[in-house]
Design a protein around this ligand. Structure first.
Ligand code: EPU
Length: 429
């Protein structure tokens, strides 16, 4: 029932601190199951997807202790391979990482098929191909449940048919305690793959090559507990960079790894936005018009698909015609229908959207359709003239910590409104 009410038109100014990376956290938290000791994970984002991961860990028998908003201590020694039921697995896509860790630790996993953002069909055939190559048997069960079992996992070479973040992570998780060496070819290279490998190695694993397209995992018998701090969220950082540009603002985005942002920085600069890089921060500002530009999403180090809806908002305000091509997901332009209500002029044909830029977006009531599209709508509303209401914000809050508070601290006029029992209450931010 919650929604954001945004009075657009304020330039964003000031500093914003980026949280830990969602897509690293949702891989690293399940990975704790592989450990024989207590793990302390720091810089975890305080978001719904993390809460869901912790809920599944507790369901499996782990002792989960929140030290503070962004630190958690997990004792996995009581974990057993019980079923991960539908009501837990459907809360997020990454629940499928529990297949990899339970298989890797106990040789058996029964997990309901995952939920997550709806971009059309989201198959997991490459994950299953990997598990099978390691010696597991995969059996679909009733009601969307899948069972994966192995007497003993044995390392093998696996060539992924397409670059898949999820399959790369899941195979790494299953292989870490397998006998012998596993080689993943055509592996994903995203920063969160490297972060997961670093965490596994901190626990005593032997994972090499993460960040390249060949990852080698030599199985070990035992993993220790570890203390580990998650990397900053590349996509959250990029989201604030685009928001600064869209509102002709001037924002220092802090706690970032500028190298992870290169593809985003390059496109913003091509569009006439100023980006200055520091050791662990970037300053984004815009004074002039937005130049038209063509953008194509690609696996890392290409332009991230998870920044596609946000950059679409900028392209819709650019001078002239811009082409945006989605090459990772089959169906990630559904949100454009909603943005049209704000005046966005775009033609979508399959995986290509062509934008005719307009100088000023107008406010409208809109619904967040998924996580990144939802935050793109927030950016559009911040840049638009008038008052927009954004509903279905639970999609946004799955992946962005305190997004309303962070924008408000930058000078945005944004309120989070809840409506319990039909009675409208306004929460100050
Ligand atoms: N694919 C297959 N078979 C598979 C696996 C993937 O055909 O077995 C296809 C997918 O359908 C897609 C492409 O391969 O067309 C890439 O999918 P990938 O497996 O890389 O995506 P994912 O692991 O399900 C993660 C992120 C997504 C992000 C993609 C691409 C997590 C939890 N999710 O998803 O993030 O879009 O990688 O970078 O890490 C988000 O954070 O908003 C989000 C959706």
């Amino acid at each position: 029932m919650e929604k954001y009410i945004i009075n657009g038109g304020n330039r964003l100014e000031g500093e914003v601190e980026v949280s830990g990376a969602k897509n690293a956290a949702v891989a690293i938290l399940p990975a704790v199951v592989l450990s024989d000791g207590i793990c302390r994970i720091e810089n975890i984002p305080n978001i719904a997807d993390v809460a869901s991961s912790l809920e599944i860990l507790a369901h499996l028998g782990a002792r989960v202790r929140r030290i503070n908003k962004n630190t958690v201590e997990i004792d996995p020694r009581g974990v057993s391979p019980v079923v991960v039921p539908h009501d837990l697995a459907r809360q997020m896509r990454a629940s499928y990482y529990f297949i990899g860790v339970l298989l890797g630790r106990f040789g058996t996993a029964r997990v309901s098929m995952p939920g997550g953002c709806n971009f059309g069909v989201r198959p997991i055939d490459q994950h299953l191909k990997g598990f099978t190559a390691l010696g597991a048997e995969v059996s679909p069960m009733e009601q969307g449940m899948i069972e994966v079992t192995a007497q003993r996992l044995v390392g093998n070479s696996i060539y992924l048919d397409m670059v898949s973040v999820g399959a790369t992570v899941n195979i790494m998780l299953a292989a870490v305690r397998a006998r012998g060496t596993t080689v993943i070819e055509n592996a994903a290279k995203e920063p969160h793959i490297v972060d997961l490998a670093n965490f596994l190695n901190t626990m005593g694993a032997d994972v090499r090559g993460a960040g390249t397209d060949v990852i080698k995992i030599r199985g070990v018998d035992h993993l220790d507990g570890a203390t580990y701090s998650i990397i900053p969220d590349q996509i959250e950082a990029g989201t604030y960079m685009v928001a600064a540009a869209a509102t002709a603002g001037n924002v220092l985005v802090r706690n970032v790894i500028p190298k992870h942002l290169e593809s985003i920085t390059a496109k913003l600069m091509e569009m006439g936005v100023q980006v200055e890089e520091y050791d662990d921060a970037v300053r984004v500002s815009r004074t002039g018009p937005i130049h038209h530009c063509n953008v194509k999403t690609m696996p890392h180090p290409g332009f991230p698909t998870d920044m596609q809806p946000q950059i679409a908002v900028l392209l819709s305000m650019a001078e002239g015609t811009s082409i945006l091509t989605e090459s990772v997901w089959d169906n990630r332009f559904r949100y454009i229908e909603e943005l049209r209500r704000m005046g966005v002029q775009a033609q979508v044909d399959g995986k290509v959207a062509v934008f005719q830029g307009i100088p000023q977006l107008t406010a409208a009531p809109i619904k967040a359709t998924d996580l990144r599209a939802g935050v793109a709508m927030v950016i559009a509303a911040l840049a638009a003239r008038g008052t927009s209401e954004i509903e279905e914000i639970q999609h946004i809050e799955r992946g962005y910590e305190d997004v309303d508070k962070k924008f408000a601290a930058l000078g945005a006029d944004i309120r989070r409104v809840s409506q319990p029992d039909g009675d409208m209450k306004i929460k100050a931010v």
